[in-house]
Structure formats: C-alpha cells, structure tokens
Design a protein around this ligand. Structure first.
Ligand code: UDP
Length: 243
C-alpha cells in the first residue's frame, strides 16, 4: 500500500455505506475511506433504538486512542488519523464477515448460553466467531464453518485469532492502569491487498468496560439495560483513556 502523504487533504466524496453507528465515505483516493461516527444507538438486532448524545464524538476519539496504542505495539490497523470530532481517515479494507468476540469475564450472551453468573472469571480467554449477517442475527460459528463457507482461509483464521489475543493483552494492560476491567469485546478484520488489518471500531459500543473497584458498567449495557447515566459512562471512559 502506498503511504498516505501527510499534507494531502482527503476529500469526503460519496457515502458508500450507512450502518447503525457509522457512515462510510469514499475519498479521492481508492485506498482511503472516511468514517463518520453517529450518535444513533441500537441493541437487540435493531429492536431497541435511541440516541446517545455525543456518542459519535466520543467513540471516534476513544477508537483512535485504542488504534494508536495497538499500532505502537505492532498491531496493524486500518486507522490513519483523526480528521475532526466525528471523523477518522482509514485504509480501505474488505471486511471479513466474521465478528471475533474476546471474553475475559462472563457477561451478556455467554452468561445466558452457559448458565454462568455475570462476573465469573474465565480460567482462560475465550474466543468466539459469529457470522456477520443481519438477516440471521449474527449466528455463532466455529473455524470449520468459516472455512467451509469460504469466509477466510486457514492462515487468515490463525492470524485473526493470534491478533485478537494480542489485542486483548494490550488493551487489558492499558485499561487496568486506568481502573477499568476489560470484560469482553468484539473485533472485525478486513483485507487490503494481502494484508489483514484490524478494522471497525473499539469503543464502549463494542466492549464491556467495568470500573475495577465498584464493577460499575461503563459501556453500552447502560443503554441496552436502561441503567441510566449512559452519556456519563461514555464520557468517563474517554476521560480515563485519554489521560
Ligand atoms: N458485541 C458487539 N456487537 C455485536 C455483538 C456483540 O459489539 O453485534 C460486543 C458486545 O458489546 C460485548 C461483546 O461483543 O462487548 C460480547 O457480546 P455478547 O455476545 O455477550 O452479546 P450481547 O450480550 O451484547 O448481545
């Protein structure tokens, strides 16, 4: 991939995708896209909808901090630079339609599926794959399904797993020093030419963050479960990771 020249101004052109929380725009350079983060929030496969004031701004900035941290530690990501409050410049990737879930502590769907209490420490980090499909509700799959459906090659799956575990180590350590427990999170990867890059976002929309001392939830569960102080939780995460 050619290097993005620092002085070159990226023009926002046609919108090519609008998702639940983000819009994606082309630029004059096919190797780069602009992501705009929205305040819209959805949960339970879109059945619950709302907005969280300034969420787009906070998720844009929080994701940028995490992507920069990961890059400094040798993880290749799609992140190039922040453009403004709500937008970042990224390398264009073809998203691999697998959601990679990394779990350190039992919460959410795992608690229901296995009948384990939320907050139970897992003896070892758990990786799960889900097939990215809105119509099917992102069903859980394993490596055999991913291979059989040609979602990714064996080597790509191995690399994705290794990178996901490395991301977990880096984020966990960084967050621990900020009094935040990384309970679980979701990653997406994409390909650019022959490279696999970490893509999408890393934010309170896609991670579970608990205060280490009080175990207070500081993430989207506050919205999903109507716990109140939703905006405050996103601000609190931004405050802690930006200091
Ligand atoms: N997650 C996500 N997008 C999804 C599903 C899950 O970002 O479509 C994140 C979620 O925020 C949590 C982790 O992945 O941090 C594990 O989610 P879980 O499988 O427990 O599902 P949930 O209980 O959120 O439905």
């Amino acid at each position: 991939m050619k290097n993005h020249r620092k002085g070159e101004r990226m023009e926002k052109r046609q919108m090519i995708y609008e998702g639940k929380a983000k819009k994606v725009y082309q630029t004059q350079d096919p190797d780069y896209l602009i992501i705009e983060y929205k305040d819209d929030a959805t949960a339970f496969d879109g059945k619950k909808r709302g907005t969280i004031k300034d969420k787009g701004i906070l998720n844009n900035k929080i994701s940028a901090i995490f992507f920069e941290l990961l890059e400094r530690n040798g993880v290749q990501t799609h992140f190039v630079k922040l453009l403004n409050d709500r937008e970042m410049l990224v390398k264009a990737v073809k998203i691999i339609p697998i959601e990679v879930i990394v779990r350190n502590i039992v919460a959410g769907s795992l608690s229901k599926r296995l009948g384990l209490a939320e907050g139970t420490e897992l003896s070892t980090t758990v990786l799960e794959f889900c097939y990215k499909s809105d119509e099917l509700g992102d069903p859980m799959i394993n490596q055999y399904h991913a291979l059989a459906m040609n979602l990714a090659s064996k080597d790509q799956i191995a690399e994705i797993e290794q990178t996901a575990l490395r991301v977990n180590e880096i984020l966990r350590e960084f967050l621990m020093t900020r009094n935040i427990v990384l309970v679980d999170f979701k990653l997406e990867f994409g390909t650019h030419k022959d490279k696999i890059l970490l893509a999408d976002e890393i934010s309170p929309d896609t991670c579970r963050f608990w205060d280490s001392s009080t175990k207070e939830k500081l993430d989207k569960d506050r919205f999903r479960r109507d716990l109140g102080n939703v905006e405050e939780a996103y601000w609190e995460i931004y405050k802690r990771v930006s200091s």
